[in-house]
Design a protein around this ligand. Structure first.
Ligand code: SF4
Ligand code: SF4
Length: 166
């Protein structure tokens, strides 16, 4: 892993939707407000600073980049109106483009490709639905071959399968 700063990294983030990345003056309000950071090693302010400093390899291979739940608390509280979630999403997109998709997200994306749902249905859910007087399988892509085929066309057109590696 190189320690040489990549001065273009911040411009890549800006070009991918993180226009406000340079507005951050490191007050730490985002980190103090972050519910995910309370439970994990994720420090929002630190990741934004690493982006400003051009620490591309470290940011794009970081697990913490994937710990944001996109709750937007930080964005609401930032005194500099930094669109932090947009910056994190831009960095995640760059991470995926460089082959670094977090395993949990990959699993969710794979489920979406296979079934059309991020959370697959199982026998327990089917039994619960039946007990509630509902059809075992909901009237979504799960119950319609045509809808699933249409959905597959969207995945193909957007290249989503290739991005996920399925
Ligand atoms: S709250 Fe805003 S200005 Fe303060 S550290 Fe976070 S992103 Fe930077
Ligand atoms: S949007 Fe993400 S970074 Fe911001 S407070 Fe919520 S979990 Fe933390």
């Amino acid at each position: 892993m190189t320690a040489t700063p990549d001065k273009e990294f911040v411009n890549e983030i800006i070009a991918n939707g993180g226009e406000t990345v340079n507005m951050c003056f490191q007050c730490g309000t985002c980190t103090a407000s972050c519910p995910s950071g309370r439970q994990t090693s994720f420090r929002t302010r630190q990741l934004v600073r690493m982006a400003q400093l051009g620490m591309k390899d470290q940011v794009l291979s970081s697990e913490e980049l994937w710990y944001c739940t996109t709750c937007y608390t930080c964005t609401e509280r930032c005194p500099r109106k930094v669109a932090i979630v947009d910056i994190l999403i831009a960095m995640r997109n760059l991470a995926v483009a460089s082959g670094n998709m977090f395993e949990g997200h990959k699993k969710t994306a794979t489920s979406l490709i296979k079934s059309g749902h991020t959370v697959p249905i199982n026998d327990d859910v089917k039994a619960q639905r039946a007990a509630l007087g509902l059809a075992e399988v909901p009237p979504t892509v799960l119950a319609s071959d045509k809808a699933k085929k249409d959905f597959d066309k969207i995945l193909e057109a957007t290249g989503f399968n290739k991005i996920v590696g399925e």
